[in-house]
Ligand binder design. Structure first.
Ligand code: GTP
Length: 412
């Protein structure tokens, strides 16, 4: 049944199947066809296991394994910002995964500006996207914006270092910041719990905004609990290893072996690695992409365009009142008619003036011609009268010409 007009729109209850409920499936098909881009950045002090975690996370040897490096060789460090890309396909869904590995910092005497190249990388990717958006043809935008930044915290058990706070403060408004406790296999469960608490207090104290996974009203209870569970683990205490080892009970798992036992990367009782991967890849990848686009990129874009002198237009969108719209259109039409009439009048007057000017000119020409002819006739009449007088007086009809050349008085 139709309900009364609300803000000018008629609310109707559907009587049958229309079909737009299939929209999510259409979006799904289109997205699957296009594939997805996801970019993760790893940031933290040198040697905290960033490269190892990247390999562990995507279960692919994006980096040559750094474990069991011969004693003579030093474990290879990441020098300069490295970008690794790989195409992953799962159940027909294509994911282009980009990992931005940043060189570990903290090795220098002065580490003050070590955040700069990292921030520049994030911003240059925003710039590249903005530039592509402004092109005439936007059909192929290569989105390399950083969707998540894993910030590695050293497993010290103390509070956050000044350098960590500085880094996070510089990055938190540009990227989805996800703090992780590196090499958590070096701490006991109790130490980890206390360390997590201290880190969160520090983060709140310094007003650092880290990524907070959302759940929505439409989510089922299972999803809501899952999200809450994931959130309760932040900062994730992680262990990285891309080596498969055999446990005492004969299972083959990814982990690290110690004299007193093994730490399994994929065991939720041992570390939070599974929860981190679940959030990044399985449950919140799209939200991370969305936050990147809607919050971080949008803020960056606004700041950038305002700095370039662009002004926000002041158009206020309002509900359309059909009667007012008709009235507006009618007034516009009338104004158009009035203008047309004025234009026509103007053209007519112009034409009349031109014609009048032409007539005046031809009248003047006629008058001049008439006067010329009249003068000529007058002169002719005068000549004839002179001739007649001479004939009557017996004088030659034409005045005597000078007999001798050069003397005008010869005839006198
Ligand atoms: P930079 O390239 O210098 O920034 O180092 P990185 O942060 O990428 O660390 P990398 O992955 O190179 O690991 C450094 C060392 O730590 C290697 O010997 C790894 O085997 C080891 N390692 C990595 N992850 C873990 C972990 O979770 N626990 C322990 N105990 N060692 C780890």
């Amino acid at each position: 049944m139709a309900q009364p007009l609300l803000n000018g729109s008629l609310r109707k209850k559907l009587q049958g199947y229309v079909g737009f409920a299939n929209l999510p499936n259409q979006v799904h098909r289109k997205s699957v066809k296009k594939g997805f881009n996801f970019t993760v950045m790893v940031v933290g002090e040198s040697g905290l296991g960033k490269s190892t975690l990247v390999n562990t996370l995507f279960n692919a040897p994006l980096y040559p394994s750094k474990e069991h490096v011969p004693l003579s060789d030093e474990s290879p460090k990441t020098v300069g910002i490295q970008v690794l890309s790989t195409d992953i396909e799962e159940n027909g869904v294509r994911l282009k995964l980009n990992v931005v590995d940043t060189p570990g910092f903290g090795d220098f005497i002065n580490n003050e500006d070590s955040w700069k190249p990292i921030l520049e990388t994030i911003e240059s990717r925003f710039d590249a996207y903005l530039e592509q958006e402004n092109r005439v043809n936007r059909s192929k935008i290569n989105d390399l914006r950083v969707n998540a930044c894993l910030y590695f915290i050293a497993p010290t058990g103390h509070s956050l270092k000044a350098l960590d706070i500085e880094f996070m403060k510089r990055l938190h408004k540009k990227v989805n910041l996800i703090p992780v406790i590196a090499k958590s296999d070096t701490m006991t469960h109790e130490e980890i719990a206390a360390f997590k608490e201290r880190i969160l207090l520090d983060i709140a104290h310094h007003d650092i905004k880290i990524y907070h996974a959302q759940h929505y009203d439409c989510d089922d209870i299972e999803t809501i609990n899952e999200t809450k569970d994931v959130m309760s683990k932040i900062p994730f205490a992680i262990v990285g290893s891309d080596k498969v080892i055999e446990t005492s009970d004969g299972r083959h798992v990814r982990g690290r072996r110690y004299p007193w036992g093994t730490i399994e990367v994929d065991n939720e009782d041992h570390c939070d690695f599974v929860k981190l991967r679940q959030m990044l890849i399985r449950t919140h990848m799209e939200e991370l992409r969305e936050f990147t686009n809607d919050i971080h990129y949008e803020n960056y874009r606004t700041e950038k365009l305002l700095a370039l002198g662009y002004q926000q237009d002041h158009t206020v969108f309002r509900e359309v009142d059909p009667l007012a719209k008709l009235e507006e259109e009618r007034a516009l039409h009338e104004a158009k008619l009035v203008k047309m009439e004025q234009d026509m009048k103007h053209v007519f007057q112009q034409k009349v003036q031109e014609k009048e000017a032409k007539l005046t000119q031809s009248e003047a020409e006629l008058y001049a011609k008439h006067k010329e002819m009249k003068d000529a006739l007058e002169k002719q009449r005068h000549d004839l009268e002179e001739k007649k007088r001479r004939i009557e007086q017996g004088r030659p009809t034409t005045p005597e010409k000078t007999k001798k050349k050069g003397f005008g008085f010869a005839g006198k």
